[in-house]
Write a protein that binds this ligand. Sequence first.
Ligand code: COA
Length: 388
Amino acid sequence: MREVAVIGIGMTEFGELWNRSFRDLVAEAGMHAILDAGIEGDEIDAMYIGGMSSGRFIGQEHVGSLAVEVAGLEDLHIPSIRVEAACASGGVAMHQGYLAVASGMYDIVVVGGAEKMTDVVGAEATNILASAADREWESFFGATFPGLYAMMARYHMKKYGTTPEQLASVAVKNHYNGSLNPKAQFKRRISIEDVLRSPMVAEPLHLLDCSPITDGAAATILAPLDIAKKYTDKIVKIRASALATDTLSLHGRKSFDSVPAAYHAAQRAYKMADLQPKDIDLAEVHDCFTIAEIMAIEDLGFFERGEGGKATEEGRTAIDGEIPINTSGGLKSKGHPVGATGVAQINEIVMQLRGEAGERQVKDARIGLTHNVGGSGGTAVVHILEVI
Ligand code: COA
């Protein structure tokens, strides 16, 4: 296997982008990444594009071909593959791109992710997202993702004493970080009281405990390490790319207080990188709901089980804390265009490792981790990156 580096990143602003089309977003993210890498379009060997449900959100399938056309690369006839794993589509596309370069099959690979979610009304977006749960046994009976994660939150609260204030402290931190990110959907700072006073969506999760419905796209360019050196001297190497799965349904799991697929993906990633949780300088985790971030920092081994809420409340995951989590604002504040999220997480870590994160820069960041989850945890992907 060859060593693989990220040589380019690009993303659009995230938000309700009613004046932008899906193809616009794909083109903008891809063009930024190509310019950032300093490559010519005709050097690209293949593309992997993460997308969850463009067919239902905007009536457009076949986005592999669409990405080639908007990039103006149709005459190259390169392979371009759409990858789907619900909210982990971007992370899984990254894993596929990594494997393609590591194996020696392709040299320069574009990994993208895009979703245009706000062209349907909210109830329809909820219904489309719920197709990533178990349709026969969960969503058919009315379970939604806020509902499923609310069950996890209640279980965590009962078992460990996690409090509504601790859940809210995740949202407060991530909105603060998002206020420092020009590309975030929500740039406003909020308080614990704001979260607790916001409308209840699925008890105990309030509106401000939830990630939003978002439009956006992100892209990265991968290359083998030896070729990467030709393009940039700020090389960010992929130390690990690990994927794990679990039951599609939440009710099929033995426990609700963690996401076992994320735990197993993390264990594999640490083994592959020969690193431990204490070696990680910062992480972008899948905070689709505040409870998800608390479970993530426990599954990743940053804190003991049951300690994630308390650690967040104490500021240990803030930008200047011992392990900064979601410096971008996370899904909660930066936004969650599902197919793009896993790739946008890589963008943030690469910016941080290159020292380009501006006001939200983590001091001396050298090793970063991304954690991207599909549905209630049927799929999880963990990447570890290091600047060399
Ligand atoms: N965080 C902060 N503010 C939010 C928000 C969120 N998650 N969602 C909406 N808002 C704001 C809107 O900007 C709007 O503000 P405004 O009145 O100042 O313009 C207001 O709240 C109402 O927005 P609206 O779009 O009517 O909200 P909604 O009630 O239709 O949807 C949720 C709110 C929480 C139900 C929706 O965002 C949601 O379903 N989130 C979860 C998405 C999800 O499940 N993703 C997959 C995870 S696995």
